[in-house]
Design a binder for this molecule. Structure first.
Ligand code: CP3
Length: 345
């Protein structure tokens, strides 16, 4: 496919800057809230029809240049033996977090179709709808560290004490856990590509908050590299690595083999390109909270991102993290329209 999003992923020139938003399907949209009023998060994810519908809502409403399949990074952990629920007002909870080495040894590594068939079917439905419209669909998974952190902590965490203790104190068990996650995510990403995803994003939301550069390089980066290399051996769809707070160690991250790097909102894009090298594609990086500001300020912040990108090939406009539920939809529409207008040549 030669959509502007995929061209940008490959670092090619595009007629304008492609734009999509992380978490673009979600609670800021009334159509999404109406579905969630009837169904739990996991029911939506497990229903190919509902998750296809939710995936398409922001595409049809705002005209984003790429869709991302509606699911979450955590459901693949269920197939490994973890007991997951999305609890209202609290977020995801795992009721049997990994606290003993024996639990790690008992984790299963099933093929994706055993636990994620609903999402694979949803990808088929969405790509059948979007391929004729030349709109690409992004598949995704969590990065091994971020998934391990949820699996060991059991929920959100302030200091990541459980997962970091495992990492430091039980290196062999850590290696077994991370390798199992790499095995399961490799298969899951490849099956998403086979089902119709034309790009794959790896979300590493927690590594940057939990780890310094040396710890990231020693305990996390090798598994990201292994995951990306294993996927690349079998498919040529572009891989996007998004790390929140990992810009501190860009010189390590840039070697992990991804094609596109998602940059959070803390680092100006010109500096991100300096540390990544001009030949890499970059996705980012408007502060999601700028979408809550009056248009004058929001426009100013969009302009800063575009000025920083400076018309380089390989810029995909996105937020520096997921959109917030309280975001006014008018601001989303105006942002998408403004980026199209300003970057069209
Ligand atoms: O981007 C998209 O539109 C695709 C869907 C998507 C969701 N989660 C839907 C979701 C994607 C790509 C994710 C990724 C995800 N999930 C990440 C990585 C990105 C990031 O934000 O850092 C993480 C860390 C998770 C784990 C997760 N899922 C948390 C911490 C929460 C609760 C916090 C929150 O925002 O409510 C979720 C729930 C979740 N995942 C919702 C959505 C739309 C809200 C569910 C609801 O109540 O309807």
């Amino acid at each position: 496919m030669n959509s502007i999003f995929l061209k940008a992923c490959r670092g090619e020139a595009t007629e304008r800057t492609p734009v999509w938003f992380m978490r673009q399907a979600g609670r800021y949209m009334a159509e999404y809230r109406a579905i969630r009023a009837q169904k739990t998060m996991l029911q939506v994810i497990n229903s190919p029809e509902l998750s296809a519908e939710v995936t398409l809502q922001p595409i049809n409403t705002f005209g984003f240049d790429a869709a991302i399949i509606f699911s979450d990074i955590l459901p693949p952990l269920q197939g490994m033996g973890l007991d997951l629920e999305f609890v209202k007002g609290k977020g995801p909870v795992i009721y049997n977090p990994l606290r003993e080495n024996k639990q790690i040894d008992l984790l299963a590594t099933p093929p994706a179709e055993e636990s994620m068939q609903g999402t694979l079917d949803a990808i088929g439905l969405v790509s059948a709808e979007l391929t004729p419209r030349n709109i690409p669909l992004i598949g995704f998974c969590g990065a091994p560290f971020t998934l391990a952190a949820y699996a060991v902590e059991g929920s959100g965490s302030k200091n990541y004490a459980h997962v970091k203790s495992l990492m430091y104190s039980e290196p062999a068990a850590w290696d077994r856990l991370m390798n199992k996650l790499v095995t399961v995510m490799t298969d899951y990403l490849l099956k998403q590509a086979q089902a119709g995803a034309s790009a794959l994003q790896i979300f590493d939301s927690w590594a940057g908050a939990a780890l310094g550069k040396l710890e990231y390089a020693e305990y996390v980066d090798p598994y990201n590299r292994a995951l990306i290399a294993a996927v690349k051996r079998r498919t040529d769809v572009p891989i996007i690595y998004f790390g929140l707070g990992t810009t501190l160690y860009m010189d390590v991250v840039r070697e992990n083999g991804a094609d596109v790097y998602g940059v959070d909102w803390k680092l100006p894009l010109s500096e991100a390109w300096e540390s990544l090298g001009d030949n890499k594609a970059i996705q980012g990086n408007l502060d999601p909270i700028a979408l809550l500001a009056p248009w004058r300020e929001l426009k100013h912040r969009i302009d800063i991102v575009l000025d920083q990108a400076d018309g380089r090939n390989g810029h995909i406009f996105n937020l520096g993290h997921g959109i917030l539920p309280q975001t006014p939809i008018e601001n989303v529409q105006r942002t998408v329209d403004y980026i199209r207008e300003r970057t069209s040549n």
